[in-house]
Design a protein around this ligand. Structure first.
Ligand code: PMT
Length: 223
């Protein structure tokens, strides 16, 4: 990304996995390390943006110049994101949000009793979908983590969640997806595939993604 390309733009990035409490000592989460989202935040700063990063628990260093908002659950993330929606020009949702959470959070540590235990889960709100419904001037980039039929599922998420761009991530591919330093992605807009990026660092993926977003944002600087 060219420095200055996102000058004056307020960018909101989500990263990492959410933590859904079961009881005071147990929770449900996923393999997201935050690397993809942190790379996007860092690159957006380099391109001149004012960046807020809403992050699930992550041990990664916060990139220089990034405002960090730390959250635990999907409900926390929803609150943090929606309260900043109006003030944002670009929203990039790289976080792996839990689709379900325990229906009740036990106040005390759950005791070991019977041979089997059933945990009741209820659906979390889909934050990206809500953004898609509420957005006015905002440019919205979603992610789609898939293990099959990437083109089809990514395009379906783009239209259902009303995104401007979606980053399709076949997480079953070598060097792609959760935890590693590289990714392999296919980026789509409303009309279909825009670009297929071969394996490269998450930093380079972030840079190319933000260039494609800036190209399409009415408020971003032209190059
Ligand atoms: O953090 P890393 O270790 O670097 O890994 C990067 C990554 C694999 C997490 C990242 O590249 C990625 O693919 N992120 C999206 C993961 C995901 O949960 O995808 P999804 O297909 O389940 O969700 C689709 C989109 O809806 C995502 O933008 C997600 O943030 C959003 N969503 C999903 C559920 C929900 N309740 N609310 C949401 O906003």
């Amino acid at each position: 990304g060219e420095p200055g390309r996102l000058e004056g733009q307020r960018v909101l990035v989500t990263a990492g996995g959410t933590v859904e409490r079961i009881d005071p000592v147990r929770y449900i989460t996923n393999d997201s390390s935050g690397k993809m989202g942190y790379a996007i935040a860092e690159e957006a700063v380099r391109m001149g943006a004012k960046v807020t990063l809403v992050s699930g628990p992550s041990a990664l260093p916060v990139p220089c110049g990034v405002e960090i908002v730390r959250i635990q659950s999907a409900l926390d993330m929803r609150e943090a994101v929606l309260s900043r929606l109006e003030a944002s020009h670009l929203i990039v949702k790289a976080a792996a949000v839990a689709d379900y959470r325990p229906a009740v959070v036990a106040e005390q540590k759950i005791k070991k009793k019977s041979d089997s235990l059933t945990l009741d889960l209820i659906k979390n709100p889909d934050i990206l979908q809500e953004i898609g419904t509420l957005k006015k001037h905002q440019f919205v980039v979603g992610f789609a983590a898939e293990t099959e039929a990437l083109d089809e599922h990514a395009m379906d998420k783009l239209s259902r969640k009303n995104c401007d761009l979606i980053v399709g991530n076949d997480v079953s591919q070598e060097g792609a997806g959760f935890s590693g330093d590289t990714n392999v992605v296919r980026i789509y807009d409303r009309n279909g595939l825009v670009e297929a990026l071969p394996i490269q660092s998450k930093k380079d993926v972030a840079r190319r993604l933000l260039e494609l977003a800036a190209d399409r944002m009415p408020t971003a600087a032209r190059n």
